[in-house]
Design a protein around this ligand. Sequence first.
Ligand code: ZN
Length: 262
Amino acid sequence: MSDERRRSSLELNPALGHLQVPASDRCWWCGDVATTEEHRIKASTLRRVARLGDGTVAPGNVFKKSSDYEATLRSLNKGTQVRWRKNLCGNCNNAKSQPFDRAYDDFELFLVEHIDVMSTWERIDWQTVYSSGWREKSRNLARYFGKQLGCMLATHQLQVPAELIEFLNGADRCPSTGFRLYINPRAVDFHRQMRSDGSADGLSGFVGLLDSTAYQTEGVFSGIDYGYHIGYLWFLAQWRAGADIDSWFEDQAVDLPRLSKG
Ligand SMILES: [Zn+2]
């Protein structure tokens, strides 16, 4: 990171004012009229987390932790804590992104099933997760988070990079965005503690967005960090203008480095 680069937390919107584009009623992906609000956290994930042992589902069972919220939810379907602003058309938010949603669902299921052991792994083998379709499915998992990144950018009136849109449209790579997985060791300790205290799910019910940071270089928008976690596993999507960064879908096995906040 060069010295000219300045970081701004996305929560400090006034500091980003000069980087913002005019408010738009258009879908940032295809340009049609925007009619839908994407979930910040997938509805099925919220239902999983909200489901009690007796099968009942209630928002008060979901604990959400993010940079601007730390409490149980009041709704699983509405409000700014669970949805981005209205910035996608129905076709992009539903039909076009269905393969991304499926790749996320399959990975989440795998993670929840392996949450007691994955914390000891040094690598993930995509074939173990997705079997023979791993190459495209691990890419679609990245596209799921690429779509989240686009919705976050549009929500904050920041330009969605053209390369990210090309990736969602089927390009094999998005060089300027690194999609990376990390294990947070402190959260692993917390998970083990919860399990030894008798919790059936441990930390798998803790989902949330990580703090986001925007970067500028000489007054021009030049980077963004998006982060999300299920339990101790962090999913990071980091865009850096003009960069060429490796992502988790480029090899059959990907490292799981350990990373903690600050
Ligand atoms: Zn669209």
